[in-house]
Design a protein around this ligand. Structure first.
Ligand code: MRU
Length: 340
């Protein structure tokens, strides 16, 4: 299993995803501001992995306060939590991981600092372990929807690099492969940051899973040729009604699936469901630096002065999602009730 994020020697160790696939570089992060930088640069990314990062990030924050003999006030804890949550506003797992540890700080504030620290570290470890287990359960549920000889199209990266375990959407693909189903995967390159071409293809190569990288704008042509049996994507936040935010380009795939009658599946742990968001309109969409569009590998590709637009996510309406696959069960669309 890829060790995407771990707690090692009182710091967070991550694999730097901006260096993949050419180099496997690990970074040790011991300060919250460094972690926020790494999250913003997408050195660590993917909703469930961000949940784990948020939890360990709160531990780092408290550790910093304690070692600098600062009083652990509610206000300081709130500030650390808010800056972590704000670093990637769409992925609700980040907020979820941060708040789970923050809740514990509130509960243990009358204990000795050493006890407070050890209960927080244990809770962050528990979040990592739960995520590893959740990937296995989700993979087994989802693999029921994948038949032998299926050709699956996926977008962005929903694998081990995006989670603590072996992935959500990609976890389903890995599980189907382990069940000896002869599958083929079309990997959207995923402009602008190429998580598909760089990261998903790297993971599938490691797993020995047959795959082909395509440019994002080729999916319609493939579906018209009946080369896609289903699409499996992840999610960064799912509203109460099932509307799902995921990497920009996901909605376009859902539209193509509707046109070509291809099942469109969203795979995500229940920690991605935000019951406070009534529908997709309540999901904040992160807008990223325009250089990601106007530049490629540090070189400007657009004319000087050309404007760009760079929303990192889009929202697929629940009515267009065939099913949402979680670690608990498969929720069948088009009407979703996650209280079941
Ligand atoms: O901007 P990223 O790379 O963090 O976006 C990630 C995605 O959109 C994933 O599909 C999503 O987080 C699900 S990961 C299991």
């Amino acid at each position: 299993m890829i060790e995407t994020i771990r707690w090692v020697n009182n710091s967070i160790r991550i694999i730097d995803q901006t260096e993949l696939p050419s180099k496997e570089v690990y970074l040790n992060i011991s300060r919250v501001d460094e972690l926020i930088g790494a999250i913003t640069k997408l050195q660590v990314r993917g909703a469930p992995a961000l949940g784990i990062a948020g939890a360990y990030g709160m531990v780092l924050g408290l550790q910093e306060l304690i070692t600098s003999n600062e009083f652990v006030s509610g206000k300081k804890v709130d500030e650390i939590a808010a800056s972590l949550i704000g670093s990637r506003p769409t992925a609700v797992n980040l907020k979820w991981g941060v708040l789970r540890i923050k809740g514990l700080i509130d509960l243990t504030k009358n204990k000795k600092t050493s006890e407070m620290m050890s209960s927080m570290i244990s809770e962050a470890h528990a979040i990592l372990v739960e995520d590893i287990e959740s990937c296995v359960a989700l993979g087994l549920h989802g693999a029921q929807l994948v038949s032998d000889k299926f050709s699956i199209l996926t977008h962005c990266n929903t694998g081990g690099l995006a989670t603590g375990g072996f992935g959500t959407g990609l976890g389903i693909i890995v599980t189907a492969h382990q069940q000896h189903k002869r599958i083929h995967v079309y990997v959207d390159e995923t402009r602008p940051l190429l998580q598909g071409a760089r990261l998903t293809s790297w993971e599938l190569t490691k797993e020995g899973i047959d795959h082909t990288i395509i440019a994002d704008n080729m999916a319609g042509y493939l579906m018209a040729q009946k080369k896609v049996d289903c699409v499996i994507v992840g999610a960064d936040r799912i509203a109460k009604n099932g509307d799902a935010a995921n990497k920009i380009g996901t909605y376009s795939l859902a539209v193509l699936c509707e046109k070509h009658k291809v099942p469109f599946y969203v795979a995500a742990p229940t920690s991605t469901i935000d019951s406070a968001a009534k529908n997709g309109n309540d999901i904040p969409i992160e807008e990223r630096n325009h250089d990601e569009i106007t530049h490629y590998h540090g070189n400007r590709i657009a004319p000087a002065g050309a404007r760009a637009y760079n929303p990192a996510f889009d929202v697929t309406p629940a009515s267009m999602i065939t099913a949402i696959i979680t670690e608990k069960k498969i929720y069948k669309g088009p009407h979703y009730n996650f209280a079941d």
